[in-house]
Design a protein around this ligand. Structure first.
Ligand code: IPD
Ligand code: CA
Ligand code: CA
Length: 267
């Protein structure tokens, strides 16, 4: 790992912690408003303020880097990015519905990739006091504790997480997948933060996770899961709308022993 990468990680952690404090303050002071984007997707003034903090901090510190963020730059054309330019991919609040309802399962997610490789990921869960992070080739951590996947082999004992999209048009197909998994596995969880689902697979608290998500939901968590020994891939072929490292379509993350069995259930 280069000196740069360690420095990028330290900076990502510092702004993820700051953002986490901001999220806690917004809730403690009940100082946020709710709105809906695209007609159905909840967004709060806290999402926008945290996005602003992260984007402005990164742009000031690394003016030559690319930034894709859910709230201010969701349409960054990743395909046209120069391979040598690091790209930050940010979700200011992953788990907005949880945040607005007073739940604790909420995270700030910051990933960085470069030339087709995931370089670092930081997922800070401020209400839980857990900051997950990873640097390529250096393992994955929760605070100071090293993470590794559960090692689950059998579907029957596997606890599997998933999530549901805001737009419900494909819900019948999704529910058919959920039904297959429920019949074959131990149980299902819908925790409400994709970034944390990935980290929980990394921590061995979940054995697998599947869902179609956006780059900012998974850019950081995918590296954290990978570095903890998880399989990170897809349960179906994707439309290649995004570079592979941030392509969350048909995302499957699991212990290496479960991925093929789950692919059969999820096809
Ligand atoms: C959502 C959460 C949720 C997942 C959705 C995401 P948001 O992100 O990660 O768990 O099921 O697909 O959109 O809107 O809270 O940032
Ligand atoms: Ca999200
Ligand atoms: Ca979000």
């Amino acid at each position: 790992m280069t000196v740069d990468q360690h420095e990028w990680l330290a900076f990502a952690k510092s702004i993820a912690l700051k953002a986490g404090d901001m999220i806690v303050a917004f809730r403690e002071e009940n100082a946020f408003q709710k709105d809906y984007k695209l007609g159905h997707e909840l967004v709060t003034s806290a999402d926008l303020a945290v996005d602003q903090l992260l984007v402005s901090s990164l742009a000031e510190k690394y003016p030559t880097h690319g930034i894709m963020s859910e709230e201010s730059f969701p349409n960054l054309d990743l395909g046209s990015q120069d391979e040598n330019v690091p790209v930050w991919v940010i979700d200011p609040i992953d788990g907005t519905v949880n945040f607005a309802h007073g739940h604790k399962h909420v995270a700030v997610s910051i990933g960085l990739y470069l030339g087709g490789e995931r370089i670092l990921g930081v997922v800070n869960a401020p209400f839980l006091g857990e900051c997950f992070w990873a640097l390529r080739g250096q393992g994955a951590y929760c605070n100071d504790a090293k993470l590794s996947v559960s090692g689950a082999i059998d579907l029957r004992n596997a606890l599997v997480a998933t999530g549901f999209p805001y737009v419900k048009k494909d819900i019948a197909t999704i529910l058919a997948r959920v039904s297959n998994v429920l019949h074959a596995c131990q149980d299902i969880r819908r925790n409400g933060s994709a970034a944390l689902d990935l980290c929980w697979v990394a921590a061995g608290r979940l054995d697998a996770y599947f869902e179609s998500v956006k780059p900012w939901d998974m850019a950081a968590g995918a590296l954290i899961a990978e570095e903890a020994g998880a399989y990170v891939g897809h349960y179906a072929s994707t439309q290649n709308e995004w570079p592979e490292v941030v392509d969350g379509e048909s995302l499957l993350v699991s212990t290496p022993e479960l991925c093929e069995k789950l692919c059969v259930l999820l096809k």
